[in-house]
Design a protein around this ligand. Structure first.
Ligand SMILES: [Zn+2]
Ligand SMILES: [Zn+2]
Ligand SMILES: [Zn+2]
Ligand SMILES: [Zn+2]
Ligand SMILES: [Zn+2]
Length: 737
């Protein structure tokens, strides 16, 4: 909860969960150093404060999701013009008396942040804050003033939207109370107080004319093996047809609907016999343990802890615990049943899962992980955050594998220079970097990168000592929220710094916004986390480069156009072939251009040798495309270059003049008295860095495999609730790779 909110008295609602004393304070919760017994859930070892936090988060997140959409709508409303989206700045807006008149300032941006931080107890609290934004504006600005009139309009708009929200909630509540299905048998989850919750349907595309993603509630048609799918509109009309080399009968197509098989799994507590969602309970159903291991839900654990430490009256007065399904828990562990699905499973087949969460277990830390982790923790302390916050971030190199990838035959065919052509394969090291934060003691994966490192033996000389940041994805759950952007940017810089330390000379980034519904690494992003526009993404990377320069990690920045393609286009004979990365922009563009029929130029080149002409046309089109998207194709030198002899000074001390770096040799020769040279040491973070050993984690070695695995197992990241669960499962698979 933000300070702004704490200061302001707010009405209390008897039916809302009380606020816990531990509002996101990881420092109090060092449960990861205990010796563990086999457990089915990390909550088995959670403290009282953590359990209460988990319950609070589960219940508040339900409120937050629809209201985030409502607030975002107001923020983007065309009459708003950004007036109400940030705190009033009395200096910039020249209204020095603002805070004398307005005692309880509020703005939509703050409300949105509070919603994301799960700071609101009830929808009424959110509504009160939204009304406050506009009543403040009505109070400070006289009628007729543009801000006053806009506030009148938006307040009206809000009341309309809010009424419709309340109506929908009422309808949902009725639907919920009537819901009864084989999955839940009418039970309510004791933790989140919901019945069945549906997963996002897998990403299935219609093979018909529309080519769209199949929607959740719509029926569709598929072959019995589920391999081929059509939406109801595009379902083939013919009685028999071929698809590829497969013959399909229309009669064999099956009508399907996502919703049916997509309900979140439940688990029964062996203590209270109540049912909870596996996601809510952070219950790992993939661990196969002995029949004797009972599962105890978080509510029972909390009751047990409360009865140990807290006077019973106090515990009873806590509305958090007053769940409608509350049963008196039994603590007798001999009274175990076999009702939980785990107990029905086979005997121990895998080693017991002892450390579901712990990242700093005595497994060998990787050099890259340790370097980045130190970097980011120091950065957080530098920002003024506490050591506890800093130490809540973990960086892990999750896999490092050697890949030999084929080089596009079009690149081999079309790009030859001075007798040199691309080889048929290129070799690189693919690394998966995952960043976690312990939020209330529970790990959440919130930042990830796939990089390709091309060493001197990669097979393509222009690739030597270059690293390509192939994919980068993040989730908005980092806390505290105000540090999020800078932390995510510093994570990229930390990687670049490590690459520089190891002697890499350039980093390449293709800043490519994801398309709607297209997840790069995480399956299902939060709805409120908008995909950044191309412009915002470019600004984000430019900010990274600027900061990296200030930290002596980067030295200038170029684009793939300025560094390679411009020279190629103008036919400079000494121009080298451009670097070629697996899955990069230009090979894909080349392929697109080659495969697109050249309608416009066909006539013109009819009397000339077609192949040669086509080659030039193709190249020209690729150049045009590269020039048009040059802003998104960053080339970042990680080492300075001597301004005189153009030699790259790889982790060498050098001289710095106003015009650039100067190497020792050139500095000795050109004793130009006008030039003032300053000695520039190698940055302090550059140590003798070696690469990590290679190791594979088949679950996530490649981005597409990770995404597919998460999609198939419903490891979604669209809510904090699910992100905690999915991270737990991700860590489980990493451990059991
Ligand atoms: Zn149900
Ligand atoms: Zn639940
Ligand atoms: Zn269709
Ligand atoms: Zn229970
Ligand atoms: Zn020089």
């Amino acid at each position: 909860m933000s300070e702004r909110n704490l200061k302001r008295p707010r009405p209390s609602f008897a039916d809302s969960p009380s606020e816990v004393e531990c509002d996101w304070n990881m420092g109090k919760l060092p449960f990861h150093h205990e010796i563990r017994t086999p457990s089915l859930s990390p909550l088995d070892h959670a403290s009282k404060a953590q359990l209460r936090q988990q319950l609070q988060d589960l219940r508040r997140e339900k409120i937050a999701a629809p209201l985030l959409a409502l607030v975002s709508k107001l923020m983007l409303h065309r009459t708003n013009q950004g007036i109400f989206n940030a705190p009033v700045d009395p200096v910039r807006l020249v209204c020095p008396t603002y805070y004398d008149v307005i005692k309880h300032p509020m703005d939509l941006g703050t409300i949105k942040q509070n919603l994301v931080a799960l700071a609101y107890v009830s929808a009424e609290h959110v509504a009160a804050d939204i009304r406050l934004v506009f009543t403040n504006a009505l109070l400070f600005n006289p009628p007729g003033h543009v801000v006053h009139e806009t506030a009148v309009l938006l307040l009206k708009e809000f009341e309309k939207e809010y009424a419709s929200y309340l109506r929908k909630e009422r309808d949902l509540a009725i639907k919920r109370s009537e819901h009864h299905c084989p999955h839940c048998q009418g039970h309510v989850c004791g933790l989140c107080e919901e019945k069945c919750i549906n997963f996002e349907p897998p990403l299935v595309m219609c093979l018909g004319k529309c080519g769209q993603r199949l929607r959740r509630h719509a029926a569709y048609f598929m072959t019995p093996d589920g391999q081929l799918n059509w939406c109801a509109k595009c379902v083939p009309k013919l009685p028999e047809f071929t698809f590829g080399d497969r013959v399909v009968m229309k009669a064999e197509l099956v009508k399907a609907k996502f919703q049916e098989e997509l309900t979140e799994p439940w688990v029964q507590c062996d203590s209270c016999m109540g049912w909870v969602h596996q996601v809510c309970a952070l219950f790992n159903s993939e661990i196969i343990v002995d029949d004797d291991v009972p599962f105890t839900c978080a509510l029972c654990r909390l009751h047990a802890l409360e009865s140990q430490y807290v006077a019973p009256t106090e515990a009873q007065a806590d509305p958090v615990l007053d769940s409608p399904e509350k049963t008196e828990p039994t603590y007798k562990h001999d009274d175990m049943s076999t009702h939980s699905p785990v107990a029905k499973k086979a005997k121990c087949l895998k080693p017991l899962f002892k450390d579901p969460l712990v990242l700093d277990t005595p497994e060998t830390p990787t050099r890259l992980g340790a370097f980045m982790q130190r970097w980011i923790r120091d950065h957080l302390v530098g920002l003024g955050e506490s050591r506890t916050v800093a130490d809540s971030v973990f960086v892990k190199l999750a896999s490092s594998v050697r890949i030999t990838a084929p080089v596009s035959e079009y690149a081999q065919d079309h790009f030859r220079l001075n007798g040199y052509a691309y080889p048929s394969v290129v070799t690189y090291t693919s690394k998966t970097i995952l960043v976690f934060q312990q939020i209330d003691g529970i790990e959440v994966c919130l930042f990830s990168m796939y990089v390709q490192e091309y060493g001197p033996d990669c097979g393509i000389p222009s690739n030597d000592n270059r690293t390509y940041i192939a994919y980068l994805d993040s989730l908005g759950y980092f806390r505290p929220r105000h540090a999020r952007t800078s932390v995510y940017q510093q994570l990229v810089i930390a990687y670049l710094a490590f690459a520089k330390t190891r002697g890499f000379t350039h980093a390449h980034i293709w800043a490519c916004p994801t398309t709607r519904g297209g997840d790069f690494i995480y399956w299902c992003h939060p709805v409120h986390q908008r995909n950044p526009s191309k412009e915002r993404l470019l600004l984000w990377y430019k900010a990274i480069i600027a900061t990296a320069k200030a930290r002596h990690v980067a030295f200038g920045h170029e684009t793939l156009w300025s560094s390679h393609f411009a020279a190629l286009q103008s036919g400079i004979s000494s121009a080298p072939l451009p670097p070629y990365f697996d899955g990069d922009y230009w090979p894909a563009e080349l392929e697109r251009v080659v495969l697109t029929p050249l309608k416009r130029t066909k006539k013109k080149c009819a009397d000339e040798p077609p192949k040669v002409k086509a080659r030039d046309v193709i190249k020209a089109e690729v150049y045009r495309s590269l020039e048009a998207s040059k802003d998104s194709l960053f080339v970042i030198p990680l080492q300075p270059t001597c301004a005189h002899c153009n030699q790259m000074l790889v982790n060498m001390p050098h001289w710095q003049s106003t015009t650039g770096a100067v190497c020792d040799v050139c500095a000795a020769v050109c004793v130009d008295s006008d030039v003032h040279l300053v000695r520039q040491p190698v940055p302090s973070f550059v140590e003798n860095a070696a690469d990590d050993l290679e190791f594979s984690c088949p679950f996530l070695d490649s981005r597409s495999v990770l995404l597919k695995n998460c999609e198939e197992r419903h490891y979604q990241f669209d809510t904090l609730r699910r992100a905690k669960y999915s991270t737990m499962m991700l860590l489980y698979h990493m451990r059991h790779a």
